[in-house]
Design a binder for this molecule. Sequence first.
Ligand code: C2E
Ligand code: CA
Ligand code: CA
Ligand code: CA
Length: 279
Amino acid sequence: AKNAGRNTVRFYDPELHRAVEARFELESELRHALDQDAFSVHYQPQVDTSGAVIGAEILLRWKHASRGMISPAEFIPVAEQTGLIVPIGRKVLRAACEQLAAWKHQPAFRDLTLSVNVSARQFRHKYFVRDLAQTLEATGAPGHRLKLELTESMLLENVETVIAHIEELRSFGIEFSLDDFGTGYSSLAYLKRLPLAQLKIDQSFVRDVLDDPNDAAIAQMVVNLAHTLDLDVIAEGVENDQQRAFLFGLGCRHFQGYLYGHPDTLAELEALVLRQNDN
Ligand code: C2E
Ligand code: CA
Ligand code: CA
Ligand code: CA
């Protein structure tokens, strides 16, 4: 349907015209940003039941010269459509591996894991496995501290390729988490075939988990499914203690969200870990 849009611009529609122009502008700006190294990464803590930081999710940030910080929600879709997600994603993985390698020699940080978001187009790329293996090798990063977050939508096409890539990368110790689980098309049939380590309860279910029985039921289902399949489960978007307590009651043991920390610089993450170690 995405590609059909491009071929069906037959008459002049000012709104569509503007949208197409904005997309092309964003594309050329993304290319420029890649050349200029205008991307950086932020780290959001992930904690266990005691509140101790066990790792972080890496979230991409784009510092635009005139528009300031641009959210990945805005530019990732264009990066995916244009294929620019491949070189951009490579940089993010490189940053993660360099960080894991640096932490290897620092006792306070060496057990931390890093979770990296990977787009479907990036993950299916024929050189994805080769590139990541080279990056692990070049940086000396411990593969078992790296977690890749895949999304359900990735399973709509080429499931076999996805499974093959997961299996190859698992031989380096890399683990896999299914992000945004429950928001897309049901893929329960695939789920048992995927060698995952973790399911992530999407923030859209966490937001109203206290008030909306449907969201609570979905969160419970994800936890139960994870336990049945012997997977770890983490809730994202946890903003207050009531949500955390409710999710804990459902059996969730790992948490991420503003309650524990916003996505922030490496220095902030490390300071948080060090403060905890002092107590
Ligand atoms: P996501 O993977 O579902 O990431 C969670 C989003 O929720 C992040 O938005 C994060 O900042 C935000 N968040 C975290 N805690 C809370 C909370 O307590 N409350 C609320 N309301 N929001 C919270 P962000 O950083 O804007 O990223 C948006 C999306 O962009 C991500 O969603 C992910 O799909 C994508 N993305 C980010 N970095 C990358 C990347 O390096 N590669 C790829 N392919 N996609 C990325
Ligand atoms: Ca994610
Ligand atoms: Ca998510
Ligand atoms: Ca999301």
